[in-house]
Design a protein around this ligand. Structure first.
Ligand SMILES: Nc1ncnc2c1ncn2[C@@H]1O[C@H](COP(=O)(O)OP(=O)(O)OP(=O)(O)O)[C@@H](O)[C@H]1O
Length: 309
């Protein structure tokens, strides 16, 4: 269940530089509702990994605030980190040990009961493969084992940096289903980063788009879909486009003239038929009337390029 008012993660004015004169994270305000699957998207070098490292307190602290489950990271570090599981790119695994023994090492280190090992193996679907050596695992199995390690402490928040990097389409689907299950059936809030919207589009409830260290868009996926829809136009070509333009303006349509045709802002399903009727009733011949939609990926790319508004 997504709780829009309760935040699992919040950053306020988060900034960070590796060197004095070049900030890589700039005044970032991130808001991840409890129960959300938050897709943290941006091109290579945008600052996703750096933000994630800051959330996990793996870098010297920058300026601004980080709160997790309402507690400030600086004040409540160990409590917060004990409720957070993370997987940053490829997991560090002992290849010469079995999947089970890899989990046992971490369970011992963190004083986690052995029963939990079987539970997480089941969750990630490795229970029948746990006695095999990790060097014989596929990349997808290694990634799932990495997730199992992150899940050992029964985290409320899971932070995953590009977890499907390098996986084949099947592996990507497996991880996606696993994350969906963790979110829906185990109540885990998930932050998952990716540079491809298409990879997470069918998984996430919320999106944060980062470009050059700045948050360019943040909100429910539905809001991004709405922006995409709002960019749809109807292209119309008639035997007299100058006259058609006049008629459409008189009818209070949002219309502009392109090289060979007119573009009318698309608002609803009936619009196309209404425009054809309007123009033919005025004696014009409509040669072409076509709805042109902007894909979600195109909207994402225009947001990154900062020319969406
Ligand atoms: N250890 C470091 N020292 C100096 N600069 C760094 C360091 N790590 C990252 N950067 C720089 O910080 C910026 C953000 O990098 P970051 O790895 O956070 O981006 P990203 O969005 O995760 O990209 P990718 O998808 O390629 O991993 C980049 O310009 C990168 O070159």
């Amino acid at each position: 269940m997504i709780d829009e008012n309760g935040l699992a993660v919040e950053t306020i004015g988060l900034s960070f530089s590796f060197s004095k004169d070049r900030p890589v994270i700039k005044e970032l305000n991130m808001q991840i509702p409890k129960g959300a699957i938050y897709g943290f998207l941006g091109p290579n070098g945008a600052g996703k990994t750096t933000t994630i490292r800051l959330l996990l307190d793996l870098l010297p602290s920058g300026s601004g605030e980080i709160s997790v489950f309402g507690k400030t990271l600086g004040d409540d570090r160990s409590n917060i980190l004990s409720r957070t599981g993370a997987l940053i790119e490829s997991p560090s695994l002992y290849e010469h040990l079995t999947g089970y023994d890899n989990l046992k090492v971490t369970a011992n280190l963190r004083s986690i009961k052995k029963d939990r090992i079987q539970e997480v193996l089941k969750i990630v679907g490795l229970d029948t493969e746990s006695k095999k050596y990790v060097h014989s695992y596929s990349l997808g199995m290694k990634q799932r084992l990495g997730l199992a390690i992150a899940l050992l402490s029964s985290p409320d928040l899971l932070i995953l940096d590009e977890p499907t990097n390098g996986l084949d389409p099947n592996g990507i689907i497996e991880i996606r289903e696993l994350l969906r299950d963790l979110n829906a059936n185990h109540g885990v809030t998930i932050l998952v980063s990716s540079h491809l919207l298409s990879e997470v589009e069918r998984l996430v409830s919320h999106v944060g788009i980062i470009g050059r260290g700045e948050m360019m868009f943040q909100g429910p996926l539905k809001k991004l879909q709405q922006i995409s829809q709002d960019k749809a136009v109807i292209e119309i070509d008639t035997d007299d486009n100058a006259r058609a333009l006049e008629i459409l303006l008189e009818d209070h349509q949002q219309v502009s003239k392109a090289a060979q045709f007119l573009e009318v802002h698309y608002t609803d399903r009936d619009r196309l038929a209404q425009l054809i009727i309007l123009l033919t009733a005025a004696g014009l011949r409509v040669n072409r009337a076509q709805l042109v939609e902007s894909s979600l990926e195109e909207t994402f790319l225009s947001i990154i390029k900062d020319d969406h508004l």
